[in-house]
Design a protein around this ligand. Structure first.
Ligand code: ADP
Length: 379
């Protein structure tokens, strides 16, 4: 192949690559008093900025005056520039534009390549991180403020009051426990998130695990006057899982159920086999059910369903979708918990490629169900 033909071939390939790039790329020309215009826009640029024709003014694509000014100044000075901006529409998006001048041929015009990067997802993640940090700090601040207040009281007004001192020390111990629980839950959540993309490979006997958790909770349930019944169907087989994490799931669900059930009431923990994902999702009662997490699963996947049913006050429909958000609590309920329990459940179940459903109505108790893929028989 001749050198010219080879170069032409490489040029065509470069053009194709440019067209296929997912990032919008625009070639701008102008300067020297002339308005900047678009010489070329790749497919992504044409779609995102709805520019059809080469020769359109740059302002047709980039409407924000400050963006236009930055690019025009870069063109005029043949210098690199960078600018961030937001496009509004049905879905607002955040962009960063990188402008780079092209070397000018003798007598040629000024040209600039503008590459746009969509930073919407990065911004969203950043916002979530900031919100989470603000919430976590706020949650820690409340018991901390109370501790500091009691320390001050013990040093001053209650200095010589033995009775008050005992009482305040009791409250302080409670607040310290609460802070420790919060830190433990935060650490758990962050550990689970770190390996959420790696599915567990162990084999867990859920029937035994449920029994172990229920035995461990006995002192608490007896103190609260609530009985916990465990019912395991004969067809239940082991699931693929991480035992410690599944203990946390069962513990958090049973803990909540016991916490909200009035004295003398019952909590039922049931394990059932489900031959398909449809069967696993079957409602266990009439009323309002909502899936908080649903796996991408083959129709033939078999599951074990864990259901925890309580005789508590139930949860109004509008709260259901938000229950597994971090720190979300139903107003008017002072659980004394961390607000992280159901978030932990959701993340563990997600790692296990399982599903999570809540069924509840005000005045009718609640059923929280988790379904987990069964382990392969031979392994
Ligand atoms: P917490 O530590 O506050 O219990 P969770 O994440 O476990 O945090 O639960 C979030 C909220 O969901 C609780 O604060 C409570 O309002 C509600 N909730 C959870 N489980 C139940 C239940 N079994 N019955 C009624 N409300 C519940």
């Amino acid at each position: 192949m001749s050198e010219v033909a080879e170069r032409a071939g490489a040029g065509a390939a470069a053009q194709t690559i440019l067209e296929l790039l997912p990032e919008p790329v625009i070639l701008v020309r102008g300067g020297e008093g002339e308005a900047a215009e678009i010489a070329y826009g790749n497919q992504a640029a044409r779609e995102v900025f709805r520019i059809e024709l080469a020769g359109a003014p740059l302002g047709a694509a980039l409407r924000r005056p400050e963006v236009l000014e930055t690019i025009e100044a870069a063109l005029e000075m043949e210098a690199a520039a960078e600018v961030a901006f937001e496009t509004i529409g049905v879905q607002p998006r955040f962009w960063r534009a990188f402008a780079r001048p092209l070397a000018r041929e003798a007598g040629g015009e000024r040209r600039l390549v503008v590459v746009l990067r969509d930073e919407t997802d990065a911004r969203r993640t950043e916002r979530m991180r900031a919100d989470f940090l603000a919430n976590a700090s706020h949650e820690l601040r409340t018991p901390l403020a109370s501790l500091a207040g009691f320390v001050e009281t013990l040093r001053t007004h209650a200095k010589d009051d033995t009775e008050a001192r005992e009482k305040f020390l009791g409250i302080m111990a409670q607040q310290a426990t609460r802070m420790a629980r919060l830190v433990d839950d935060l650490l758990s959540l962050s550990r689970i998130e770190l390996n959420e993309h790696i599915a567990p490979s162990g084999k867990v006997d859920l029937a035994r695990t449920v029994q172990d958790v229920s035995d461990a909770l006995r002192p608490l349930t007896e103190e609260r006057g609530v009985s916990v019944m465990v019912r395991v169907d004969a067809e239940v087989t082991p699931v693929t899982g991480d035992r410690d994490q599944l203990v946390q799931v069962i513990q958090n669900l049973v803990d909540n159920a016991v916490k909200y059930t009035p004295r003398g009431g019952k909590v039922l923990v049931a394990l059932q086999a489900a031959a398909t994902v449809e069967a696993a999702r079957q409602p266990s009662r009439s009323g309002v059910g909502l899936s908080l997490l649903s796996p991408d699963a083959a129709e033939s996947q078999r599951y074990v369903v864990l259901r925890v049913t309580d005789e508590g006050p139930g949860i109004a429909r509008q709260h259901l979708p938000r229950l597994s958000e971090r720190f979300y609590r139903v107003e008017g309920q002072r659980s004394g918990g961390t607000g992280l329990g159901l978030a932990i459940v959701k993340h563990v179940v997600n790692r296990h490629r399982g599903g999570f459903i809540v069924e509840s109505a005000e005045g009718e108790g609640s059923t929280f169900s988790v379904y987990l893929p069964i382990a392969a028989l031979q392994s």
